[in-house]
Write a protein that binds this ligand. Structure first.
Ligand code: GLU
Length: 298
């Protein structure tokens, strides 16, 4: 049985691109007649979480007809599970005292690889760690091995990369995104991850981490993002891109589902559709691979 999940961060209203990814997560999960789609609230970044957003996101998704299977996981309830996973990795971690700025500077040095941790704190001695620890609480990073790891993605095929020394616990003491995702997916029996293709690169790190923790890696489908007319990732500033904005213009959730279905080549413009219709028509192999260019308000 397939078990997928949709896992928004309650930091802003969902826009058309997020809604389309959620529709795809539902369609992929329900391509299996016994498939389930779980819901997870990714609220670990307390400084960005906005009150009321989690409920509004869920209500928006349900107004499109999306359904979710229990239980709903809330990451801020799961600190014990993350601590326990981190404990199991103790021999493979190191404290990292770097600031963002230090990482950016070291990462721009001639031999560094852009976007990867430059290794600054990997081999500090205990004395050096003690000295640096006097004025900064460290983050905890994974000491990743240098062998490449391959994941298979339903849209992108095989993706191979050397895993990074990712942060497992942030320096404010809270579990980092990659650890939480891996622990939660495994803890909920999720075996299918459908999400935006901006997260494709994290799949290698997450799959590697799952393996270290003895968890099976899920199947991945990183789906194309929605872009604005300039080819940039769709954002709220692009205009009427949330259900609330669109409602003001007389576009109701049914119209939005049609727009999404048209973008997936599962309906023709103006056709009234339900998720059950789309489920009948959906063929993962025929999913358009290009991004969805959205002209807000259209
Ligand atoms: N919470 C992440 C987001 O809203 C998604 C993480 C994931 O699906 O793994 O972008």
């Amino acid at each position: 049985m397939t078990r997928g999940r949709y896992a928004p961060s309650p930091t802003g209203d969902l826009h058309l691109g997020n809604l389309r990814t959620a529709v795809l997560a539902w369609l992929f999960a329900h391509s299996d007649p016994d498939g389930e789609l779980l819901y997870r609230i990714e609220d670990l970044d307390a400084s960005r979480v906005r009150p009321g957003l989690a409920d509004r996101q869920r209500a928006d998704l349900e107004s499109l007809g999306l359904t979710f299977d229990p239980p709903t996981v809330v990451q801020s309830d799961r600190f014990t599970a993350y601590d326990e996973a981190l404990r199991r990795l103790t021999d493979r971690t190191f404290p990292c005292f770097c600031t963002r700025r230090e990482i950016a500077e070291a990462a721009s040095a001639p031999h560094a690889t852009a976007g990867r941790y430059p290794g600054t704190c990997r081999s500090l001695t205990a004395t050096e760690q003690a000295v640096r620890g006097r004025d900064r609480t460290p983050a905890i990073r994974l000491r990743a091995e240098s062998a490449p790891v391959t994941v298979t993605d339903l849209l992108h095929g095989e993706v191979t990369a050397v895993p990074d020394d990712i942060v497992l616990r942030r320096n404010d003491g809270v579990a980092a995104y990659n650890l939480a995702v891996v622990v939660d997916d495994a803890g909920s029996g999720v075996d299918q991850v459908v999400r935006g293709d901006d997260l494709l690169e994290s799949a290698v790190n997450q799959s590697y981490l799952a393996d270290l923790l003895g968890f099976p890696a899920p199947t991945y489908a990183h789906v194309p993002l929605a872009l604005n007319a300039d080819g940039r990732r769709l954002a709220k500033r692009d205009g009427a891109v949330t259900l609330a904005d669109l409602a003001v213009r007389g576009v109701d959730p049914g119209d939005v589902l049609t727009m999404i279905a048209v973008s997936l080549e599962l309906a023709v413009p103006g056709e009234s559709v339900t998720l059950a219709d789309l489920r009948q028509r959906f063929d993962p192999a025929a999913l358009p691979h290009r991004p969805w260019i959205v002209s807000p308000g259209s």
